[in-house]
Design a protein around this ligand. Sequence first.
Ligand code: ADP
Length: 458
Amino acid sequence: MAIKVINPADASVVGEAPDMSAAEVRAAIDRTCAAFSAWSRVLAKERGDMLRRWFELVRADRRLFAETMVRENGKCLSEALGEIDYGLGFIEWYAEEARRVYGDTIPSHAADAAVMVLKQPVGPTAAITPWNFPFMMVTRKIATALAAGCTMIIKPSEETPLTAWLLLDYARRAGIPEGVFEMVTGNPKEIGALLTGDDRIRKISFTGSTAVGKLLAAACGQGLKKMTLELGGNAPFIVFDDAHFDDAVAGLVAAKLRNSGQVCISPNRIFVQEGVHDRFVAALAAKVAAIRVDQGLQDEFVVGPLINCTGFDKVAELVDDARRQGAQVALGARPHARGGLFYEPTILTGLHDGMRLAQTEIFGPVFAIYRFKDEAEVIRRANDTEYGLVAYAYTRDLGRAWRLSQEVEAGMVILNSGSVGTASVPFGGVKHSGYGREGSYYGIEEYVEAKYVLMAGL
Ligand code: ADP
């Protein structure tokens, strides 16, 4: 049996992935667990060297990876290449970081004793990844785990498994052995239950919806597994009157149209201060109207299709609901003339915080614009959500920038830029956006335990 992978741009079948039985998944989990003991003893430099070889091999074929991703995900080529560079950055970063997992010594509380803290890998681990970044989500999790001395079994999204299986193939070529890095695809619910229910797996890293994250966290609670959860977002993007106007428009367009808006850090509620509101909407509409909607196998930046019918219907319904409640349309607000899963880049104004659009992760190319008067009001409204992944703001007032960074409830605050991620920074959220961090020094800490050693009688 196999899972058919569909191109969202034209509904053609672009490949297949294994639909694995429970017995096959169990065997892969067994291999992951069996490999841990030896892998955790491999010298950190050697683990790093293997990751580095993987990095080099994949980088040499980045075009192949990019085209695979365009076909199964729908994002355009330039975005796919950008994601690959971002994702490769994690392999490179953690290839280096493997050697820097330092412990501590602590001044002793007893005259005849020494106190040490060792950092040891948590054990065999698992990861479940979504379809919106088929490459980067895999590399970010695997590279961190392997660098720390953990083994990992990964279940990529069944919407976009081709990029993931290709990555595994290249990892094997780089010498990363069976068991150390395993992959399974099949029935998500069944695989999820096998992973969460296996006591030998000591940690699960999940990126996906808040609903599934909560299910997995509840199941992991039974075995007291550690977790990293990167869940949904409802990012505010705040433009103050004093912002650098052109930068704010450009930053917003880049952040919002990435992956057709199907990104957990996509600006979901765009708050524009009343002094610049109308001018801002006009400039935004002019810029967005000039961007083409098309399939992604071309060099020009284009807005691609939504991933599937569920995603498409959700976007259409949220827009229609807002219109019924009085939203005004500055651009789009309807399926694109190309048909299929293409939706027109849309700008809505006249919105209020009670609309479903304001409380739901839209996951589509919809700029939802809210007007505001002053700083205190917008901070209160920005925080009025169960989510807390990222918040963006454009202002040239230094005091205000500092206050925002203090008061906004989010794991990440991005000032005067629409760009968040890179391997060297801690990515993650608070509240219902999850917990734990990926990337940077903080990311590898999630895969090690601090072991206190007291050596007395000296
Ligand atoms: P999205 O809405 O972005 O697809 P999901 O949370 O549904 O987000 O999917 C993210 C990942 O979680 C995918 O790999 C998907 O197959 C997996 N998944 C979905 N449901 C479950 C489940 N019940 N148990 C384990 N994994 C699941």
